[in-house]
Design a protein around this ligand. Sequence first.
Ligand code: COA
Ligand code: AMP
Length: 640
Amino acid sequence: MTDIDHDTAHRLSTERPEDFWAALAELVHWDRRWDRVLDDSNAPFYRWFAGGKLNTCYNAIDRHVENGRGDQAALIYDSPVADTKRTLTYRDLLDEVARCAGAFASLGVGHGDRVVIYMPMVPETVIAMLACARLGAVHSVVFGGFAARELATRIAETDPKLVVSASCGIEPNRIVQYKPLLDEALRIANAEDTTCVILQRPQAQATMIEGRDVDWGELMAGAAPAGCVSVDATHPLYILYTSGTTGTPKGVVRDHGGHAVALTWSMKAIYGLEPGEVFWSASDLGWVVGHSYIAYAPLLAGCTTVLYEGKPVGTPDPGAYWRVVDEHKVNVLFTAPTAFRAIRRDDPHGEHVGRHDRTSLRALFLAGERCDPATLEWAQQQLDIPVIDHWWQTETGWAMAANCIGLGLLPVKPGSPTKPVPGYDIHVLDEEGNDVATGDIGNITVKLPLPPGNLLTLWKDDEGYRRGYLSRYPGHYLTGDAGCFDEDGYLSIMSRIDDIINVAGHRLSTGAMEEVLASHPDVAECAVVGAADTLKGELPVGLVVLNADAKSDHDTIKVELVTLVRERIGPVAAFKNVVVVKRLPKTRSGKILRGTIKRIADGAEHKIPATIDDPTTLAEITEDLTTIGYPRAGTPSGNM
Ligand code: COA
Ligand code: AMP
């Protein structure tokens, strides 16, 4: 269904969702067809394609080999940091994934078992994910930039049969030894007996624990290939943890059937790709963008996916993206606006852009954070192709609002991710649950049922799913974002309504950082806000009030706090700015005025809240923030 326009497809999807999705389900191979397209018998926990049976790995690999794509490149690994390139055809990938599945099965992994994957950006990560899918096991990939404690939480929550890891990740400024972090995480999670498969990379040698740890290379060498296990369409494919409003991350659960259908269709409808074309999602496999658009969707659609282990700048220069586009003839590129801000900072006049052949590149898609119009316009100017902002989140797994080039490119409006994607009935609601007037800002919701590919629930926490997403407006899914529609039906995303911030496209919870700061013995109370940053969009800033008997050396306390967040959450939190304050501005009922603190840090206009307990705290905070350089010059005023 790509030969119709965006609005017609959208109307069809909301008026006759079952017909719409039944037609699109023909894009994938089913071992058994479904009994019901949409099972609403346990609403609001809807299920798509109930009664159907299929296997995601079969649809992503085997089917293409059987249909004559065996010699086509399936995955191109390009790593400037490891100085390695490797192409795997669909036939190569089938061989590796089938043997990996056989190896995992020999270690006892079967249908429904969980496998935690804590890996860098190497082909073995995709191979391990697909091997789990092949067996009907449930993978949970953990981003390499998280600290041992975050990994431990995910291990404790998922209780894995197996952990798959590597000796190291490679950051431009250092080798990140994974094994000590993994051993520490297993200790914290009381899971030290869990079998671990470790990929030894040449850059670091992991110390193996005799009798528990298994060498990836040795295991695969002796493994017999395993076939695909046919699973229920509603069977979980993976769990992916994301930041919630507390220190405890939320395990988003995705299924096989709906996910395969939605993602396969999205490649053509949203990104305009044909089988055999090259798609590059410059993200990380640890995030949802990496799951959906490095690993699954390009392969489901018979495309070639590029797996890039490097940065937009510094590996070795701001021409890195254009070198990859040129070398691998990338047709569509997907990345985060922050990557373009970094490239623009280092190559403002696009000198590197001009050094490479970019004729293969048809479109650039941006997501993960608000795309400031200046970045979008710079990219458009440099590349002279459509630059498309699109909006989605870990929970949805694919875009909720986009300019779907496969359904006919609509005019681009900088600052807007265009219109709701077919399948998503998006509303902007006021506090009482009424649709707001055009142009007015409200809470963005999706009317239930969510389309296929979205979260089924939170892992072992149906009640948390209901409470966090479904209870605020019965019959609607609460996205956590606020925004508005314009007169043309274009959506704009303005801000989060909770404590989530977006740092270089990485989703983080300020609440989780506050929990870490509060655990320091000298801290009486604290607040963390996301202040605007020209490169990363937002950066966390911590304000701490110390106990009366705290040690007097504030600099030492500040260093300890920065170290604590790095150790507990990870370097990815980029928590480096903290200031000691006398007191925090609060309402008369004792609520910390974080919104006002953020506006002061951003140098934005702010009213004195009517409910404030003592207005003089605002002047104090303003002065305290200047000591650490806030407000900063030239920060984007986008996020409110
Ligand atoms: N493993 C270990 N550490 C990691 C890591 C990983 N996979 N990824 C990031 N880190 C570390 C970095 O080394 C850095 O550590 P440092 O404080 O010691 O320097 C810290 O986490 C912050 O990393 P990052 O946010 O990547 O900032 P940066 O300054 O290194 O680079 C950009 C800035 C803009 C170049 C970078 O953020 C980028 O490429 N962003 C692309 C965005 C993206 O892929 N988003 C995914 C969603 S689409
Ligand atoms: P994540 O779950 O990490 O993908 O983060 C999802 C959140 O990132 C969304 O809820 C938004 O707050 C933000 N986000 C993602 N894409 C966009 C976009 N195109 N514009 C504005 N915000 C975005």
